[in-house]
Design a protein around this ligand. Structure first.
Ligand SMILES: NC(=O)c1ccc[n+]([C@@H]2O[C@H](COP(=O)([O-])OP(=O)(O)OC[C@H]3O[C@@H](n4cnc5c(N)ncnc54)[C@H](OP(=O)(O)O)[C@@H]3O)[C@@H](O)[C@H]2O)c1
Length: 378
């Protein structure tokens, strides 16, 4: 394990240099890794492990799109793809990758198959940390640990295919075999993590729930909506308001932040922009700080987990979420965003034609084609 300096604070980190894939393969050579659930994380983690030479099987309920997807991805029914109970029985490491609400429902079944020496693996600290709400209390004679990729299962897979790696955290809740560390780190490397940083279950879930409600998803939509509303109320057009609120950020500025940090992005903007940003960022920090404190306290008090369990356990939870997503999708800001995205040169149809003045009907046809092209795959 390496100790690295993060802004003056030393932390334990596991990199691929000190824990190469060959070592992970050796540690896992006698294990059957059963990935339970083939939703978003399941495919990314199962496919990456399979291609990294790990003996992986999938447990997924039948008569479901996820089962069909596993078949399309090359998992063979009866060989490497099973109903959940059969996979639980075969696996020596159980990767519990059902949705957090389904994990609660299926727990009595999972518990039956956790014989001594097996390992129970999560990608979230939710079930264990909030066990007074979830009822997930593993037996003492199994290893319990997590690897939490810091991003979607889709990104985990894409980055793996590009030869890159998503960062993950890892944590050990219970070390029954004395091998929990080598098992969890091997799994972390095998699923395609770039590097692994150490945490515990509680910190993982508190930071994760805060982050997604905060800057990663909730806060960012809130601040976009507020600025857009101000610009629109002062007479700016939707395209101007959207460009100044979202498009410039995602297309031009955030890639610079990702490459080299906020100071570097600032330094690559006009001095007028720098002056204004440096004058205003602390005011935004100060007004949002109490909201972030309230959010963290709500997470720590178990209110956010309870809300998530209550709403996502309803039989019609997907339809309900879809209704709220539709409200966002149909808002003027995100409708304007759709037109702005369609106008990006890379989204224009690639036709080699003699330049001609577009007619109203040809423009309409162009947008019809783009709408079809941009429709979700399934
Ligand atoms: N999504 C992410 O980007 C991400 C990132 C980091 C960590 N995580 C963590 O990874 C874990 C898995 O998350 P996920 O997003 O991959 O979950 P998800 O896509 O919501 O997973 C759905 C899986 O659960 C199954 N499922 C749902 N209800 C079920 C039920 N009642 N009985 C049996 N199976 C049921 C689904 O099968 P059907 O398709 O048949 O319904 C599918 O296989 C969670 O702990 C999550 O917090 C997720």
């Amino acid at each position: 394990m390496a100790k690295l300096n993060f802004g003056g604070v030393e932390e334990n980190v596991v990199t691929r240099e000190e824990f190469p894939l060959a070592k992970a393969q050796d540690v896992l050579k006698n294990e059957i890794v059963a990935v339970i659930g083939y939703g978003v994380q399941g495919p990314g983690q199962a496919l990456n492990q399979r291609e990294n030479g790990i003996n992986v099987i999938v447990g997924q309920r039948k008569n479901s799109k996820s089962w069909d997807k596993a078949v399309r991805d090359g998992f063979i029914p009866g060989v490497s793809l099973f109903e959940i109970e059969e996979a639980l029985q075969k696996g020596t490491i159980i990767c519990y990758l059902l949705s957090d609400a389904a994990q609660i429902k299926l727990w009595p079944t999972v518990e039956k198959y956790l014989s001594p020496g097996k390992a129970l693996y999560f990608s979230h600290g939710f079930g264990i940390t909030f066990n007074h709400q979830t009822g997930i209390v593993p037996p003492k004679d199994v290893d319990v640990f997590l690897v939490a990729p810091k991003g979607s299962g889709t990104s985990l897979r894409r980055m793996f295919l590009q030869g890159r790696g998503l960062n993950s955290s890892y944590a050990i809740f219970q070390d029954a075999t004395g091998r929990a560390f080598e098992r969890v780190v091997s799994l972390g490397i095998a699923i395609g993590s770039g590097y692994l940083f150490e945490t515990n279950f509680k910190k993982e879930v508190y930071s994760d729930l805060t982050g997604e409600r905060g800057t990663l998803m909730g806060a960012i939509q809130g601040i976009f909506a507020a600025q857009y509303e101000v610009l629109r109320s002062k007479g700016h057009t939707p395209s101007e308001a959207f460009n100044e609120t979202v498009e410039e950020l995602t297309q031009s500025l955030m890639p610079l932040v990702a490459e080299n940090g906020m100071d570097w992005m600032y330094a690559n903007c006009s001095t007028t922009a720098q002056r204004g940003a440096l004058d205003w960022w602390k005011r935004f920090r100060d007004v949002t700080l109490p909201v972030f404190n309230e959010l963290y306290d709500s997470v720590a008090a178990g209110k956010e987990s309870q809300r998530s369990i209550d709403s996502n356990s309803q039989p019609d939870y997907r339809e309900k979420l879809e209704e709220e997503l539709q409200e966002l999708r149909e808002s003027e800001m995100w409708q304007a965003g759709k037109t702005v995205r369609d106008l990006r040169p890379e989204n224009q149809p690639k036709t080699v034609a003699t330049p001609a003045t577009p007619t109203a009907s040809s423009t309409k046809e162009m947008f019809r084609k783009q709408t079809l092209k941009n429709a979700p795959a399934e």
